[in-house]
Structures are given as C-alpha cells and as structure tokens.
Design a protein around this ligand. Structure first.
Ligand code: KG4
Ligand code: ZN
Length: 345
C-alpha cells in the first residue's frame, strides 16, 4: 500500500523537513528534503552551542515545513496526501529535539494524523534505502560527529550493535584535532584539505585497541597524541599538513580494522554471498576513509554502498523513511488484529 510521511529532524545543528513516499510497488521517492544548516552560527564558538541551536530551530522550522510541503505539492503530492508525521525523538540536544517534536506533534494533531517518534540512529541506519534497494540484513558503519558504531541491521527495528566508540566519535576526533590545529569548525573537511598537502607517514600515532577481540573504537588517545605533536613539533605549514595526513590515516586505519572484524562476524552468521556494507554519517564524505573502506569491502566480499552525501549527513528524509517503515509495520499489525481505526487511516 502507498504511504506518504512528513519527516522532521532537529537533534543537532541542522533543521530539516522532508516528504517521502513509498509507492504500491515499494519504490521510495523523496518528494522534498529541505535543510537549514546552522554551521555559521556555531563556527565562531568552535562547536555547537545547544541554546543557539534550539533558538535557530524555532526560527526556521515553520518556513522549512512550508517549503518542503510546497515542493512535494509541485510534484502532485499535496498536504492531504500525507498519512503520518515522523520526528526525531532522540538522541540529541534536548532543546532542539523538543522544537522538532513539538512542531510535528502540533502538525499531526491539527490534521488528525498519527505521530511517530523516531530514534535518530534508526534514521541513519535505514537512510541507504532512500536511494538503494539494499535488502536486509546488511552491515552498517555509522561514522558521524556524534556516533561511531558498527550495526548489524537485520530489519526495521531489529539492530544488533557490534561495536561502538568507548570515548570520542570519529567525526568528533576530526573536529577536535582540527580545532587544536587552528583549522576552524567543522574540522573534518578542513583537516582533509590540509591532509591532501601532507605526508601521512611523517608522524607515528597510537593504534588504539589493536588486537582487541571486539569491534569497539577509541579516538581519545589519538587526540592527545596529536595535541602533543602539535605543541612540540608543528612549526611550519608543512608540519601541520603532515600531521593532518597522519591523523587522517590513523582514523581511517581504525575504521578499517574494526570494520574488518565486524565483516568476519557478519559472514560467519550469514555465509558467503555478497552482502552490503553500508557507510553512513558525515565522515563518509572523507575520500581517504571512503576509498579504504571500499577496498576493504572488496577484499572481504562485501558490496560497498554509501548513500549520497545529502543523506549521509543529518537530514529529515531518513527520519521520514524510518517513520514510514515503522508505520507500515504498525499498520500491518493492526490489519492483522482487525484494528479498524488504524486500518481505515
Ligand atoms: O552526520 P553528520 O553531518 O552529523 C552528525 O554528527 O550527526 O556528521 C558531521 C561530522 C563532523 O564531525 C564533520 O567534521 C565530519 O562529519 N565530516 C568529515 C568530513 N565531512 C564531514 N570528517 C572528515 N572528512 C570530511 N570530509
Ligand atoms: Zn546524525
């Protein structure tokens, strides 16, 4: 059955609204996906300021929703065609989450629609299905500023966490080291640009958790080591570029080492066909990270899949899709139980 969901995301420094439809044939269509980035508002502080973020969500969410609805209407899907509203209910900065969720609740109430609270990580986990017909189960590496996890995605609502960071997320490591080196915020893209001019073999950095028999990550030792080198040995622009290249290589190496372990565990359970290895989150934008993970996937017999960048970083289309998939399951269960209220919409 065809379903159309309005999605809202506001858990960090992006306000986003989207309309996503899944047709009778199961094909997913993003009818609109609008995003307002607050990055310039936070850049001067070198990181996201929760109070500023929440206020900015309040200022922009109405206009973004109007825009998202207008774009969907231009494609022939008016507001009356929306079946449900989905919003990020956590984890995230609570002030921002409350703005998006309250907006979604008001919208749903006023139109008599169901509201589905979505876990932000579930949005990332399923985001690949906005553009790729990836079947369950698949292996997911989620690498963003807030998260660094390996997930075994068995189905909608059925996730096993194979590993997570025991301190910083990979994106956070990029951002904090970039800040130490005076590269501004967000640091990931700036550090990558510097790294392109440097020699990755110049500095030896610690290889955290090497040999540990799990799939966890750790980046705080790298951060401390990089700060020490920055203070003691970085005197010229070339030194800084070399340190950036060495840091980027170290982050990529740990992502590869831990993903390799997860791939072997996944294969042990599912056998030898060519399952998907999906990489999502802002760090997936990094070319070195991407190419090394892609090479690993090829070596281990996985198909490397990375959603387009717009769906890798925070967006509302992934929240709409996660809500849609959950709503479809709820509706199917209600049909089965003969629940007329949900069945009749
Ligand atoms: O997924 P995302 O937009 O937001 C969340 O954290 O949920 O990811 C943002 C993170 C930031 O830490 C940013 O520095 C990092 O992704 N990032 C990068 C690159 N582009 C974004 N890190 C390394 N290289 C990049 N090119
Ligand atoms: Zn995110």
């Amino acid at each position: 059955m065809s379903l159309c969901v309005l999605g809202v995301e506001s858990s960090c420094d992006e306000t986003a609204v989207a309309v996503v439809r899944r047709g009778d044939d199961g094909a997913v269509e993003v009818l609109s996906s609008v995003i307002h980035s607050q990055v310039v508002k936070h850049a001067v502080y070198g990181g996201v300021v929760p109070e500023i973020a929440a206020r900015s969500h309040v200022e922009t969410i109405d206009d973004l929703a109007r825009l998202a609805l207008a774009e969907a209407a231009e494609k022939g899907v008016g507001v009356d065609a929306i079946d449900a509203v989905a919003a990020t209910a956590g984890p995230g900065l609570i002030g921002g989450v409350m703005v998006g969720l309250s907006f979604a609740k008001g919208f749903a109430l006023s139109r008599g629609l169901p509201l589905i609270g979505v876990n932000h990580l579930e949005g990332h986990a399923l985001s690949v299905r906005l553009t790729h017909d990836v079947p369950f189960p698949f292996l997911l590496l989620l690498v963003s500023g807030g998260h660094c996890q390996l997930l075994h995605v068995r189905g909608v609502g059925d996730y096993e966490r194979l590993g997570t960071t025991i301190d910083d997320a990979a994106g956070e490591a990029f951002d904090k080291i970039a800040k130490t080196l005076g590269l501004g915020y967000p640091g990931g893209p700036a550090l990558e640009a510097e790294a392109a001019k440097g020699d990755a073999a110049r500095f030896t950095l610690p290889r955290a958790l090497l040999g540990r028999k799990d799939c966890d990550f750790s980046y705080s030792g790298l951060k401390t080591a990089a700060a020490k080198i920055a203070m003691e040995q970085v005197k010229t622009p070339q030194d800084r570029a070399d340190l950036c290249a060495s840091v980027q290589a170290a982050i990529a190496r740990q992502l590869v080492e831990r993903s390799a372990r997860a791939m072997r565990a996944f294969k042990a359970e599912h056998g030898g066909d060519s399952p998907a290895f999906v990489v999502a989150g802002g760090v997936a934008a990094n070319k070195t990270v991407r190419s090394e993970l892609s090479a690993l996937a090829q070596k281990e017999g996985f198909e490397f899949v990375a959603p387009p960048l717009a769906y890798c970083t925070d967006n509302a289309a992934m929240i709409a899709l996660a809500g849609l998939e959950r709503f479809a399951l709820m509706r199917a269960a209600a049909d089965y139980d003969g629940d007329k209220q949900v069945h009749d919409g």
